[in-house]
Design a protein around this ligand. Structure first.
Ligand code: HEM
Length: 416
């Protein structure tokens, strides 16, 4: 590791207190050590990039690779910090683990099938799913919004979009649940869940090949670029990354977003008015601000230096991991006025919540559709929605990459 000056007043990272509110620690890093070397809970040393301008540069820097196979130190460290399931060789070769030219080819192929048009056509289905989930608890007057709403919505949505038959969707929901529950704990549960998902996807893709339909998996199989198609492994890895990247992120966007609204009554009243008056523009701008203010992806996925480089004056040696802290960049006062204030009508809100550069979130149109529908419908259908727990008692998941609540107990003025 390259050297950095030692500062004994540096905050302690990755504790429970930090997980509850990491923003003061990130403010300190932005001010005192904007490219900061730390030891991750996995024991791996990595550089954290916390200022907006540096973060944006790093996300687009071709000298920072996503492919751990390009460097032995990177491959070793990645084995310890990668997202669950990445140790499965068949699922490794997905968009978040590769560089151009492979990335360019795969992204072009998937973009032919996963188009904004396909997502727009899917809007009525997302509305129906959202309403069905709320129907199940509306009369009860209380619910855990994570387990009963934010968790099932994205998994059913992406399953429908991919073309997973309805009768299999609960299995995928359970396996995906195992992945998140065990994601920051023992690896055995994750490995089992990944094995089942991998087996299921391989079999489904094989079946679809013989009977193509209008769903996204069929679209992925059909997609061709200069006569080239996805291989079976590439198609399975693509489905896996669509499931994985779109699942916990969307749960957390709904969970963190509703929580932020409930803790900021004036902003919530503004959002409520927008929903009641059908002000789609404010609803859309509001969801972007919720992403900036407390987004689901706290730290962008793994990158490492392919050559020695200098970032914000800090020397980084070849092979060293670089983690871009989106949550810190999106609260940088150099970029956002009053960054710690939730302001749903904020203008010029170019946050990094969906990343930046060639790995910019492929699922952003779907995430926006789901979050606007989910948050808008909750506010419309559950009048007087409020927290049913002391914020002090709420627990955040302790993972490195994602930021989200374990539970979100709420209540409302029920007529039931
Ligand atoms: C990439 C955020 C939802 C699919 C990314 C990245 C971020 C992100 C920050 C870039 C990571 C990096 O550069 O290291 C989010 C957020 C979401 C969300 C905040 C929800 C609120 C989704 C959904 C899907 C999806 C619903 C698909 C169904 C992907 C894929 C990539 C990606 C495939 C990799 C793109 C590439 O490497 O070219 N996302 N995402 N995401 N996201 Fe999302």
């Amino acid at each position: 590791m390259s050297e950095q000056p030692c500062d004994s007043s540096a905050p302690t990272l990755f504790t429970w207190e930090f997980a509850t509110d990491p923003y003061p620690a990130y403010a300190w890093l932005r001010d005192h050590a904007p490219v900061h070397r730390t030891t991750l809970p996995s024991g791996v040393d990595a550089w954290l990039v916390t200022r907006y301008a540096d973060a944006k540069k790093a996300l687009a820097d071709p000298r920072l690779s996503k492919n751990p196979q390009r460097h032995s130190a990177a491959a070793h460290a990645k084995g310890k910090v990668g997202i669950p399931g990445e140790r499965s060789a068949e699922l490794m070769t997905h968009l978040l683990n590769i560089d151009p030219p492979d990335h360019t080819r795969l992204r072009r192929l998937v973009s032919k099938a996963f188009t904004p048009g396909r997502v727009a056509e899917f809007a009525p289905r997302v509305r129906t799913l959202t309403d069905q989930l709320i129907d199940a608890f509306e009369e009860r007057g209380e619910a855990d919004l994570i387990h009963e709403f934010a968790f099932p919505l994205p998994i059913y949505a992406i399953c429908d979009l991919l073309g997973v038959p309805r009768e299999d969707q609960d299995d995928l929901r359970d396996w995906a649940g195992m992945m998140i529950r065990h994601g920051s704990g023992p690896r055995g549960g994750v490995a089992r869940a990944v094995k089942r998902i991998r087996g299921y996807l391989a079999e489904l893709i094989h079946r679809k090949r013989g009977d193509l339909g209008e769903d996204l998996i069929s679209g992925l199989i059909r997609a061709s670029d200069h006569g080239e198609h996805l291989t079976e492994n590439e198609a399975a890895a693509m489905c896996f990354v669509l499931l994985f990247a779109g699942f916990e992120t969307t749960i957390n966007l709904i969970g963190n977003g509703v929580y932020a609204l409930l803790r900021n009554p004036e902003q919530r009243a503004q959002m409520q008015r927008a929903v009641e008056e059908g002000d789609e523009r404010l609803l859309a701008a509001g969801v972007e601000e919720l992403l900036r203010y407390d987004g689901p992806v706290e730290i962008a996925t793994w990158r490492f230096a392919t050559e020695p480089l200098t970032l914000a004056g800090q020397r980084i040696a070849e092979g060293e991991p670089v983690l871009v802290v989106l949550a810190a960049a999106d609260r940088d006062p150099e970029r956002f006025a009053a960054p710690d204030v939730l302001d749903l009508a904020r203008r010029d809100n170019q946050h990094l919540g969906y990343g930046h550069g060639i790995h910019y979130c492929l699922g952003a149109p779907l995430a926006r559709l789901e979050a606007r529908t989910a948050i808008g419908t909750l506010l419309r259908r559950l009048p007087g929605l409020r927290l049913a727990a002391d914020p002090e008692d709420l627990r955040w998941r302790g993972g490195l990459i994602m930021r989200g609540l374990r539970t979100l107990p709420v209540t409302w003025n029920s007529t039931g």
